[in-house]
Design a protein around this ligand. Structure first.
Ligand code: F3S
Length: 399
C-alpha cells in the first residue's frame, strides 16, 4: 500500500518504537483488507479496556507501549472498563480484579487517552463531524458514528484503534470509502416501535444482514421519529447479532438520500409485530432478575431522568444498576437524579457495564436488561441468565 513520506518515517522508526510498532500494525491491517493507503483521522475510541477481556497479556502490551513513549495525537476516549473506577469498593467489585483494572486504565491515561470509559463517546464530547474519518472500536459506537453522525470508521479492534490514535491515521478501506456505504438489504418495518422493540428489531436484522448495510423504512403511520436513545439501542443490537457497522433509515439518518437510488435493486425483509414479539420472548432465558442493569449502550442523561422520575419516593426490591459514563453521572448528580435512584436502593454505576464487569463473580444469577445487545451477550460472556423487557417491567417496587 502507498505510504506518504511522513508515514514512511513513522514506519521506519524515526519517531520512536511505539509509533513504528503502531504503523506496522496499521500497514498489516491495510494489506489484509486491500487498502490503497492511509487516511488521516480526527478521533479514536479504543476498546480492549476491561481486564476481563484483555487479561495480563493486554496489560503487558500497554505497559510496553508506555515505556516506549506512546502518545496519542488525536482526541481519544476509552471503552468501558471492568469496574466503576471511583465506586468499586462501595459496589463490591473484587479487589484483585480492580488492581489490574486500575493499571490498565493508568497505562491508557499515560498515553494521553481520556479515561471517560464509555461506549457512548458521542454523549461525552467525542463527536466527529459528518464525513470525517475516525478509528472507533466499540461496535455499538461504530454503528452510531457511521449511521447517525455520518462519520466514517471501520469496526476496529482495540490494537487497531490504539495504533490509529498514535499515528493519527487508519488504513483507507471499507466504510471510509463511498462504495463501502451502500445498502444491501431493504428492511420494511410494518409495526410501530417503542422502547426495547428497537433492540429486538436490530437483533432480527443483524442476524439476516450479517456484515451488510441495512436500509430501514418505518411504514407504520403511528410511528414517531426514533430518538437518540432508540437509535443507539438499534445500532448496538445490529452490531451484536450481526457485524453491522452502518445502517440507513429513511427520513432519519444523514446519508439516506444519497443511497436512495439503490433501494429498488435491494432484497427485501419485512418485519412484523409478531417477529418483534417472538424475538423479545426468545432473548429471555429466565424470569425475575435479582439485578436489573440498564444503560447498554451507556445511559444518556434523559434515560437516567426517566428512571429517577419512576423511582422518586419508592423503594426497590431487586438491585438496580444504571450504567453510564463519569461525565453523564456528573450531570445526573447535579440534577439530583443519582440521589433519587440511590434513595430507592439503586446505583448509578460509571465506567463499566453488565457485560465487561465480572458480575458472575459478584453473586448475581439473573440479570434484567432492556437492551437486546446485553440480552445476547450476558449468557455467553458472563454465563448468567437474562430477562429482556422494558425497564419499567424489570424494576420491582415495594408495595
Ligand atoms: Fe456498552 Fe457494555 Fe453494552 S460496552 S454497548 S454497555 S455491552
Amino acid at each position: 500500500m502507498y505510504l506518504t513520506r511522513e508515514e514512511e518515517k513513522m514506519y521506519s522508526g524515526e519517531y520512536g518504537p511505539a509509533v513504528a510498532k503502531s504503523m506496522e500494525i496499521l500497514v498489516a491491517l491495510g494489506d489484509i483488507y486491500g487498502a490503497d493507503g492511509m487516511v488521516e483521522i480526527v478521533s479514536a475510541q479504543i476498546s480492549g479496556v476491561s481486564y476481563k477481556t484483555i487479561g495480563d497479556a493486554g496489560l503487558e502490551y500497554l505497559e510496553d507501549l508506555v515505556v516506549e513513549g506512546a502518545q496519542v495525537v488525536v482526541p481519544s476516549t476509552l471503552n468501558p472498563a471492568g469496574v466503576d473506577l471511583d465506586q468499586w469498593q462501595k459496589l463490591g467489585f473484587p479487589a484483585e480484579f480492580t488492581k489490574k483494572q486500575l493499571l490498565i486504565v493508568g497505562a491508557y491515561r499515560k498515553m494521553g487517552i481520556s479515561t471517560t470509559c464509555t461506549c457512548t463517546p458521542y454523549l461525552v464530547g467525542n463527536v466527529p463531524p459528518m464525513g470525517s474519518h475516525v478509528a472507533w472500536s466499540e461496535s455499538s459506537a461504530v454503528c452510531y458514528g457511521n449511521s447517525v453522525l455520518g462519520a466514517r470508521t471501520n469496526r476496529e479492534g482495540g490494537p487497531g484503534a490504539l495504533s490509529a490514535a498514535i499515528c493519527g491515521r487508519t488504513p483507507n478501506y471499507g466504510y471510509h470509502l463511498d462504495e463501502g456505504r451502500v445498502p444491501h438489504l431493504l428492511v420494511e418495518v410494518e409495526t410501530s416501535l417503542t422502547g426495547a422493540d428497537y433492540g429486538a428489531l436490530g437483533y432480527i436484522v443483524g442476524k439476516t444482514v450479517g456484515n451488510g448495510v441495512p436500509y430501514f423504512k418505518l411504514l407504520d403511520k403511528q410511528q414517531k421519529n426514533p430518538s437518540v436513545n432508540h437509535l443507539k439501542a438499534l445500532g448496538a443490537a445490529l452490531a451484536s447479532s450481526g457485524a453491522v457497522a452502518l445502517f440507513h433509515m429513511e427520513n432519519t439518518t444523514p446519508e439516506f438520500k444519497e443511497v436512495m437510488p439503490q433501494i429498488p435493486n435491494l432484497e427485501k425483509l419485512t418485519v412484523t409485530r409478531e417477529d418483534v414479539d417472538d424475538t423479545r420472548e426468545k432473548l429471555s432465558t429466565s424470569e425475575k432478575p435479582d439485578l436489573v442493569c440498564l444503560g447498554c449502550p451507556h445511559a444518556s442523561l434523559e434515560e437516567i431522568k426517566e428512571v429517577a422520575l419512576k423511582l422518586d419516593g419508592e423503594k426497590l426490591t431487586n438491585q438496580l444498576w444504571v450504567c453510564t459514563s463519569i461525565s453523564v453521572k456528573a450531570a445526573s448528580d447535579r440534577m439530583g437524579y443519582t440521589q433519587i435512584i440511590e434513595e430507592a436502593g439503586g446505583q448509578v454505576v460509571c465506567d463499566t457495564c453488565m457485560v465487561v464487569a465480572p458480575i458472575e463473580e459478584m453473586g448475581f444469577k439473573v440479570i434484567g436488561v432492556d437492551s437486546a445487545k446485553a440480552a445476547n451477550y450476558v449468557p455467553s460472556m458472563c454465563g448468567l441468565n437474562v430477562v429482556f423487557d422494558e425497564w419499567e417491567n424489570l424494576v420491582e417496587l415495594k408495595k
